[in-house]
Unconditional design. Structure first.
Length: 401
């Protein structure tokens, strides 16, 4: 993942931190959790491309460990991930998080690999730019790779919070292999994707975010400068795909307004680079019927509009679409929840329907169900036309230790 010298330096740093924490064992607290997940994905339709398969059993291991000392003001945090799958590219491991954190009354410092999430909308997370997407793990972009960083947060009494990020290393996105689904006709090896920057993955990137709340308003303004997380695609005369990571400037705005049972949501970005400049936004609302019939049942109704100026260079199919969905939370002891949604293209017949459901079983088990259905995909849709036969069902069961 990194050069050996950098791994060695990181190891020495965390070893030193851990040994210092042990100087007063009485003040040190530990917490370890382990999740083992068995997953099965079944693709309903016959494969579009040669070599693709329909059935994908897999297993994942997710350990978490935290160590706290100095009355909780200092900590060491670790989250790992390992997936073993029939698709060789989906068989992968990652350090999701491994960072040292120190907090004081108004500031907080984190050093290491970490995950940071920005945004408020449901269907697309435009402003979320810090971490690389784990594209082989999930279709919706919710799973992220750990990002090496130094993060400094300063919180004021009246002017909100200021986050500063130094990002010394860029991580490439992995795409499905020959056996895998949700891929292009040409197998994309992440090592074949180049960089605009001569420093390649070692380009030193930076980001900033200001966040605050004013009564019912929660607002965030961010800026990122560095290697983009999405590669740009071009095509030669033979139809081969060429891709590279551009150097980008991205300014983002996320806003959420809480008004009784309504949540009004807005995200927008303006991204500039030598290859393309574009504007994109997501705007929507969520209304929740709470505690229906006094039995704890909550039902939320969601609607969002998605707009994106990008052209054929984009790794994105959400350019003029609407999203409708419902979120059902039973608020029972099993933490049962269901999210049902659909995205419809306003300029073509393309539609994507989704279902996500989860429920705890006993004290240490959890079952999840997911479905993605691609319907009436327009052949002119560059991204989705490759996935039109890739509707799938996913079931997983996890054991927690």
């Amino acid at each position: 993942m990194f050069k050996n010298s950098n791994l060695y330096i990181l190891f020495l740093f965390f070893s030193y931190t851990f040994l210092n924490a042990q100087t007063d064992e009485r003040k040190v607290t530990h917490d370890f959790e382990l999740e083992i997940e068995a997953e099965y994905r079944y693709f309903i339709d016959d494969a579009k491309f040669q070599g693709q398969q329909d059935h994908f059993p897999s297993i994942a291991i997710l350990p978490e460990y935290s160590l706290q000392w100095n009355k909780g003001y200092e900590s060491l945090n670790f989250t790992g991930f390992l997936r073993i799958d029939k698709d060789n590219e989906r068989t992968h491991w990652d350090i999701r998080e491994l960072y040292y954190q120190k907090a004081q009354s108004k500031w907080e410092l984190s050093i290491g690999l970490k995950k940071v999430y920005w945004g408020v909308t449901e269907s697309n997370h435009l402003v979320d730019i810090i971490n690389q997407t784990d594209a082989v793990e999930s279709f919706d972009g919710e799973d992220k790779l750990g990002q090496p960083m130094v993060q400094f947060t300063y919180t004021t009494d009246n002017f909100g919070s200021f986050d500063f990020y130094y990002l010394p290393y860029h991580r490439k996105r992995t795409f499905a292999g020959e056996k895998g689904r949700l891929r292009f006709p040409v197998i994309i090896d992440k090592d074949d994707i180049n960089y605009e920057s001569s420093a390649e993955e070692w380009r030193q990137d930076a980001a900033f975010r200001w966040s605050h709340y004013f009564g019912a308003f929660d607002i965030g303004i961010s800026h990122f400068y560095g290697n983009g997380r999405e590669p740009l695609f071009t095509f030669d005369n033979q139809g081969n795909i060429n891709a590279f990571y551009p150097v980008i400037n991205q300014t983002g705005l996320d806003l959420q307004v809480t008004q009784n049972a309504f949540l009004w949501k807005f995200e927008s970005i303006y991204r500039s680079s030598k290859a393309q400049d574009f504007f994109a936004l997501v705007v929507g609302l969520e209304y929740t019927f709470s505690n229906i019939d006094s039995n704890g049942l909550d039902i939320g109704l969601l609607a969002e509009y998605l707009y994106d100026e990008r052209d054929e260079l984009a790794l994105n199919a959400l350019q003029n679409d609407v999203f409708f969905g419902t979120r059902i939370a039973f608020n029972d002891t099993q933490d049962t929840s269901i999210l049902i949604g659909g995205i419809s293209d306003l300029e073509s017949s393309s539609k994507i329907f989704s279902i996500e459901a989860s429920r705890r079983i006993g004290n240490s088990w959890k079952a999840e169900l997911e479905a993605r259905i691609f319907s009436n995909i327009d052949p002119n849709e560059f991204i989705l036309s490759n996935f039109q036969e890739d509707s799938f069902l996913r079931f997983s069961i996890s054991k927690f230790f």
